[in-house]
Structures are given as structure tokens and as C-alpha cells.
Write a protein that binds this ligand. Sequence first.
Ligand code: FAD
Length: 490
Amino acid sequence: MESSDKSNHQLRGGICYPNGARRPVRTPSVIVIGAGMAGIAAARALHEASFQVTVLESRDRIGGRVHTDYSFGFPVDLGASWLHGVSKENPLAPLISRLGLPLYRTSGDNSVLYDHDLESYALFDMDGHQVPQELVTKVGETFECILEETNKVRQEHSEDMSISSAFSIVFERRPELRLEGLAHKVLQWYVCRMEGWFASDADTISLKSWDQEELLPGGHGLMVRGYLPVINTLAKGIDIRLSHRVTNIVRRYTGVKVTVEDGTTFAADAVIVAVPLGVLKAKNIKFEPRLPEWKEAAIDELGVGIENKIILHFDKVFWPNVEFLGVVADTSYHCSYFLNLHKATGHSVLVYMPAGQLARDIEKMSDEAAVEFAFMQLKKILPEACAPIQYLVSRWGTDVNTLGSYSYDAVGMSHDLYERLRVPVDNIFFAGEATSMSYPGSIHGAFSTGQMAAEDCRMRVLERYGELNLLQPVMGEEAGLCVPLLITRL
Ligand SMILES: Cc1cc2nc3c(=O)[nH]c(=O)nc-3n(C[C@H](O)[C@H](O)[C@H](O)COP(=O)(O)OP(=O)(O)OC[C@H]3O[C@@H](n4cnc5c(N)ncnc54)[C@H](O)[C@@H]3O)c2cc1C
């Protein structure tokens, strides 16, 4: 399809009709931009529906925000690593089960800490003293109470405000909830965990919309062998052009023309844009004609946050046998946490995960300085810590292929912006985590939007040809197949 308006007008193959006659038909074609979960899911679905599919990907690898690295000699994820919703309700469950990929469950349903249970944490103050577990539990209850109170604030105010402004109102009304001393620091750590979930600071998160996403049942599980096998399986047999950065999309009634950085053009009946929200915000891709105002507004207004991973590989385990280590402090900015991968994978690895402003600040440092910063946090709680032997540092905020980690509900925006981002513009379809009303910021959300965009695209293109009933509908994974998920917890 490269450089070829001509291939778009070729006659190809044939379809068998009930009377046995064969009539040559034009193979419908689509270009998918971005080989992350959403783009690959869309490409797979349309490939199976007999479309001619070409995926254009700017990086020299597939997966996007799924980035499993093997340089330590075992897999570690620099991007997504949890399956949120370890149950058959999760659209990715059939595929993960079929591949026999093990999951390590880190929390059940309804944890106040989202993807972790309270019991799985060991919290320390800056002097290396462990916070008594009863205090952690008690402050957890207070945090839940504060969140309930913010719900009342939400009902009283028609205007949106940040979750931190709502906390201030709650503290004025109920000063005892503010807590003092060590308890206050633990409370700040809860706020820090909330900020990690949204990849954004509490003073930017919308009170009105922060809890509008749907949490699937089954709690949260780590992909022990990394997420890449899922992407690789979906990508099998698909024409993916790596190092093809799209710069222009021209839309005409008869089809689309897509140009990449080196000037090569690709033509097809339709295009699925599955690049990150950050890339759309930066206007790194020019649309001709311009996207309608409502679409541009959705792109501008949706929030995109930052969460990063600093992955530290040690020659031995010197930390307690818990899933998470936390450092409490006076402000959420100064709190931190480390995921203990040894629990789930048996490898002596800790993952430091800063979010929001802290992540932004750390991205300004060199890799060495960022690792030193993370290691200093660890030294505060474990003074005997020995230096890492290997490390990896993600930079999702400044990486030109992403420009942010994932979307979140920013103050003043309405939750239906996700849907506005998804709605197609003529023969341009949109997919990606930020187009998911129900599951924004997640892998399964990205997967579902890819499938949705594929089905919308199939309908649109075949409708135009008057051949709607000729090709297979886009299906999800085999509906009848039910293999249980492999879940452990130690
Ligand atoms: C640190 C971190 C941790 C996370 N943890 C989890 C988790 O545990 N569980 C979970 O469910 N989700 C998690 N997420 C979110 C999840 O990774 C994303 O929601 C999901 O991977 C997004 O998929 P996508 O297809 O929408 O976008 P992407 O995966 O970003 O794919 C977009 C693709 O477009 C390409 N691209 C960009 N610009 C261009 C261009 N101009 N031309 C061509 N191609 C282009 C990119 O290179 C990329 O490959 C995490 C994300 C991060 C960053």
C-alpha cells in the first residue's frame, strides 16, 4: 500500500456467493496509526474482517505504553503492568487465559488503595521507623470518611473544583479529620497513592468526575511475565511499518491520504487514529481539513497525567517481604512508594513510581540522577540498602511518542469528553485509552476502544460500498472459550 493510491483502487480476490458465482470485489482498506494496544486491537479485528490493514508506528517497536524490557534477563514492564479487573468481565481475560500468562493478584475488590490491599504495605517514616499497621488501617478508615464527605461537597456545589479544594472544605468542617503528627503523614501518603492512580496532583483532579470510571470486578493483578506477549499475539500477521511517524492526514469523501515524516504517502478508505492524547494535544499530526471545533476542544480539555517507573535491580533482597514499601511525609509530594517485584516474580527488583509534579520534576534529571533520587528515598527507610546493579528509567512525559502517561479527569472537564474524543469524523476513527468513557487510562480500555473503532470503521466503509453483509463482523475474542485465569498471591 506504500506510496500507492493505485493499490487502493486495485481489484483483489473474490467472495463466494450463495449461487457459487464469484465477483471480484475491491478489498476495503484501512490505515491504523499507532501500534499500541488500541491500534493493534483495531488492526487485528479488521484484518480478521478481511480488510487490507496497514499499521504505521512512529517507534522502532510495537506496544506503545506497553513496554516490556528484557535487558535484565527477565521481563519488567516500564509501562502498564496490572490487569485492572481480574475476572472474566475483563475484555482481555480470554486472551490472557488462553496464553497461560500468570497473574499475581495485589488486591481484591473495593480497596481504598485501588490496586493494593492495605495489608500488603509496609510504611515507614523518614527516619526509617515502621508505621504501626493499626495506625495505617485507622488512617485508611479516616481517608474513606474524608472521601465520603467530599461527596457531600460535590452535591452542594454546582461548579467543579479540585479534589484538594474539597479536602480543604471537609477539614474546615471536620478539623478532627485533618489528623496530626505521624497520622497526618500517613494521610498524605494516602493522597499520594490517589495521585498515583490518576498520574496527577490532587489540585488538578476533578471532584465531579474523579470516580466516574468503572472498576471491573476481581481486583487487580500484575502480569508476572509482562504485557508484551499479549501485544505480540494480537499483532501476529499484521502489516506493521515501524519508524513511520505520521505527520499529515488528508480526509476526502473517497478516502484518506496519510503522510509520514519522510514524505511517503499511504492511501486507504479510512484511517483509525490510535495515537496518545498527548500527541494529539501537541498537534504533531495535521488534519486536513481541520478537525471540527468540538473535537479540537475535547483534545484540548481532557487531562493527561504523568506517572513514571524507575526500576532498580539489586543483587540480593534486603527489604521486608511485603508487596509495597511506602515512605510517609508531611506532604503528598514528599511521600513515595516502591513496588516489590520479588513477591510476584522472584526477581530482586523494586520499582519506584513517582506521579504528577514529582514525576515531572524527576524527568528533568539525568537517568543517573533519577536513580540516585529513588535510591535516596529507599535509604531513608532502609539505611543498609545496597546500590542497584542495573536500572531502567521511563520518561513518558517527555517521550515525543506519548507526551504523558494516561488521561484523567481534570478539574472543570466533563466526563463525556472521552466519548467526544472517540466519535468518528467522517472516515477518521479514533481509538486509545483516552477515548474510553468507562475504562480510561487502562489497557483493557485501550483494547475495547480499538475493537469499537474497528467495528465503526467496518460499518462505515462497507456501507459506502453497499456490501455490508459480505464480510465478517468484527468480533471480540472467541466468546465461547472460557479458560480460567492463572492467579496467585503469596
Ligand atoms: C507508567 C505507566 C503505568 C501504567 N500502568 C497501567 C497498568 O498497570 N494497567 C493498565 O491497565 N494500564 C496502565 N497504564 C495505561 C496503559 O498503558 C495505557 O492506557 C495503554 O497502554 C494505552 O494504549 P493506547 O493504544 O491507547 O496508546 P499507546 O500504547 O501509547 O499507543 C499509541 C502508539 O502511537 C504511536 N505514535 C505516537 N505518535 C505517532 C505518530 N505521529 N505516528 C505514528 N505512530 C505514533 C506510539 O509510539 C504508540 O506506539 C500505564 C501507563 C503508564 C505510562
